[in-house]
Design a protein around this ligand. Structure first.
Ligand code: RM4
Ligand code: MN
Ligand code: MN
Length: 397
């Protein structure tokens, strides 16, 4: 049983916690081996925002949606007004804007790191357009992920590519409005398998620093080597004032994009704990964009996103329950077991009753998943979208 004090701590934590969901989590996607089509999946930006609106309506903690420019703004800047009015209709707002310089044929050998200056220019022009789009949608963050890299030793000049990236990021930063930020994401593998141009947090940090004062690092939890200590990276970035945001997802092997907390909930808790500790010690709120980067081809998409939001809230609430004063004392006195137990006590606390009471106090259903299922939204979406989705089945063979 939670004490009244613990319940109040959880409520306060949840009041300050929102998590952004990705538009690409609502469309039919697959693996490189094939695609299993869901009849109710979203087929355009209207339906993606409508689905995202459902997640926010039933959880009350997902007010914004990350958007991918090529997928969600079919006419580029001309689409801004339509996206804005759809978002308003469905009760959400545009979140981080994601350029796409990894999909078009010209990017076969890279974008900002391409040896061909014309292709580097084309990539930069698209990214600058995205900064304008972000300004148009009132989005603070432009979120950059690059597929750039090489597949075989000796095939690319790593230092030249690094410099081309720095040049491109500096120009992009120069284009930002004063209240906008640039988030630099790293990933050590895929689609390039020998080297990627921004492979880890150290490289992303150097790139962000070189870009300018409003660039920060984006940590995608799936983009690390096995066994890497992600919460230490978080603590270091916090101490350098360079942590801009997260793409949360769980992984068992590589960039698996599994539901947050499904494989290792303690990992997510430890990340939230480092943030809570930083905020408690410094007395200031860490300015972090919490985002989900998951896309599922087997679980029902809206239900999965609701499940995701609930797990994120639960782990965030548990981290808020760590007795930080006691922990600081135990750390100082090197009372190892006491310090460790302090974390584990909070992690093992069942916060679900406090989540339910928070929901009813905030006017959202106590059981978001069950309430969403009862609404009949999925069945209606399947009827309406079914035929269009059937046509999208693809084989990669
Ligand atoms: C990447 C990375 C990016 C996401 C793309 C689609 O692996 O996580 O954040 O935008 O996938
Ligand atoms: Mn990501
Ligand atoms: Mn990824």
């Amino acid at each position: 049983m939670l004490t009244t004090r613990q319940e109040a701590i959880v409520h306060k934590a949840l009041d300050s916690f929102a998590i952004e969901i990705p538009s690409w989590g609502f469309a039919n996607t697959g693996t490189r081996f094939g695609k299993f089509v869901q009849e109710a999946a979203a087929t355009n930006i209207d339906e993606k925002l409508s689905d995202a609106g459902q997640v926010n309506r039933f959880t009350g903690c997902c007010p914004s949606v990350a958007l991918h420019v090529l997928w969600d703004f079919p006419s580029g800047k001309e689409s801004i007004a339509e996206v804005m009015s759809l978002a308003a209709r469905y009760g959400v707002r545009a979140g981080a804007i994601n350029p796409n310089v990894f999909q078009d044929q010209e990017y076969k050998h890279g974008s900002l790191g391409n040896p061909d200056p014309l292709i580097r220019q084309a990539a930069l022009a698209h990214i600058l357009d995205c900064v304008d789009i972000a300004r148009g949608t009132g989005s603070r963050d432009v979120s950059l992920w690059f597929g750039d890299g090489s597949n075989f030793p000796g095939t690319a000049n790593i230092r030249h590519r690094k410099q081309w990236f720095i040049d491109g990021l500096k120009e992009t930063h120069g284009h930002l409005a004063p209240d906008q930020r640039l988030l630099v994401e790293y990933k050590p593998f895929e689609p390039a398998f020998y080297h990627t141009d921004i492979a880890d947090w150290g490289m992303a940090l150097l790139m962000a620093r070189a870009a300018g004062p409003r660039a920060r690092v984006l940590v995608d939890t799936g983009h690390h080597y096995q066994g890497q200590n992600i919460e230490q990276i978080v603590a270091w970035l916090l101490s350098e004032d360079m942590l801009g945001g997260f793409h949360f997802n769980d992984r068992r092997y590589a960039d698996d994009d599994l539901t947050i907390g499904s494989i290792d909930p303690y990992q997510v808790f430890r990340i939230f704990h480092e943030i809570a500790l930083f905020e408690w010690e410094t007395g200031r709120r860490a300015d972090i964009a919490y985002m989900i980067d998951q896309s599922h081809n087997l679980k029902e998409k809206i239900e999965e996103m609701i499940q995701t939001a609930m797990v994120a809230q639960e782990l965030y609430a548990k981290a808020a329950l760590v007795d930080l004063e006691a922990l600081a004392r135990f750390q100082k006195q090197c009372r190892l077991i006491d310090a460790e137990e302090c974390l584990k006590d909070a992690f093992s606390t069942d916060v679900r009753p406090a989540l339910r009471s928070w929901r009813s106090a905030r006017g959202v259903p106590e059981e978001p998943l069950a309430a969403f299922r009862e609404s009949g939204y999925i069945e209606a979406a399947a009827r309406e979208r079914g035929t269009r989705n059937k046509g999208s089945a693809a084989s990669y063979a």
